[in-house]
Design a protein. Structure first.
Length: 307
């Protein structure tokens, strides 16, 4: 593998609205502060970064890389970590696929600011990760709808109706649901979140956003409005499709993206490991912070300083 020198640290765009990649940048060692700063700047610009030939071959190396960007969360508030690695979550096809659009762990008051995914076992075909820019989605809204969205708050929870057609359920679906909801969380987040570093506004919704906090509005009406806004997030021009290969790591900004893992690999093994970086409490366009309504997430993640 050819090492990338500091002067050649350039990311190639994968799309006009989201995504960039670099090949041959060795992420396994102690990265200089200027390299970390340039990666952070690229993340702010592109929202999702693909590192090919990254030389991160162990959980320890992935944890070390993620720590450059802030304190880490535990692997998950309810789901077990990789054995012996409290910060590493196995994203394993044996436990089902995350084939719905979501932002990681938005049911807690301070969701991760960023996520890293590392390739472990890959199918012969399929198994991509789709990542969408919620900032581009917000910019796409008509003025009247954008102004309405600025005023909205949504209730995010891990305790909701997971019902899907039985022929599409994973064989361990019921056990996974019980593990996922063994502790119940509920948080009110602004539908439009202001990114603390860039000042961009993005639609902060996704799969855990189950209803709007509007007196007199039914759950059905709430979901209809959320579906309308969600359709802007998942427009094809706002999405980058990340194809996986061995020795690859993806870093994405959890504050202003959503992602989706299509189940398109015919039951072949697919395993990635995830490490997430602790985040701040979201704020609305008028500066009002999110509010925890149910559940204590303090053992999962600290509220991290802005970075």
């Amino acid at each position: 593998m050819t090492a990338i020198t500091e002067t050649r640290l350039e990311f190639a765009k994968l799309g006009s609205r989201i995504g960039a990649e670099i090949r041959g940048l060795d992420l396994s060692g102690d990265l200089p502060a200027r390299t970390v700063a340039r990666i952070r700047a690229a993340l702010n610009e592109h929202k999702a970064l693909v590192f090919r030939e990254a030389n991160i071959l162990t959980d320890e190396a992935q944890v070390k890389f993620a720590r450059h960007f802030g304190p880490l969360t535990k692997a998950h508030p309810t789901v077990a970590s990789v054995e012996g690695e409290e910060n590493v979550l196995p994203v394993d096809s044996e436990n089902g696929s995350a084939n719905n659009w979501h932002t990681d762990v938005t049911f807690v008051v301070n969701p991760p600011q960023a996520s890293t995914l590392r390739s472990i076992d890959l199918p012969a075909y399929g198994g991509e990760t789709l990542i969408a820019s919620s900032a581009a989605a917000y910019r796409d809204l008509p003025d009247e709808l954008r102004n309405f969205a600025d005023t909205l708050w949504a209730i995010h929870t891990n305790d909701y109706d997971y019902s899907v057609p039985k022929n599409l359920e994973h064989q361990n679906a019921e056990e996974r649901r019980k593990e996922f909801t063994r502790l119940k969380f509920e948080t009110a987040h602004p539908v439009v979140r202001v990114h603390p570093l860039t000042g961009e506004r993005g639609l902060f919704i996704g799969g855990f956003a189950q209803r709007l906090r509007i007196v007199g509005l039914s759950n059905t009406e709430s979901r209809d409005i959320i579906r309308l806004l969600q359709a802007y997030v998942t427009r094809p021009e706002n999405v980058v499709r990340v194809n996986w290969e061995p020795n690859q790591l993806v870093l994405f900004d959890n504050r202003i993206t959503q992602h989706y893992a299509p189940d398109n690999y015919d039951g072949q093994p697919r395993k990635l490991n995830r490490v997430t970086i602790a985040g701040d409490i979201p704020v609305s366009v008028d500066g009002t912070p999110s509010q925890a309504l149910k559940g204590d997430s303090s053992t999962y993640s600290e509220v991290a300083p802005l970075n």
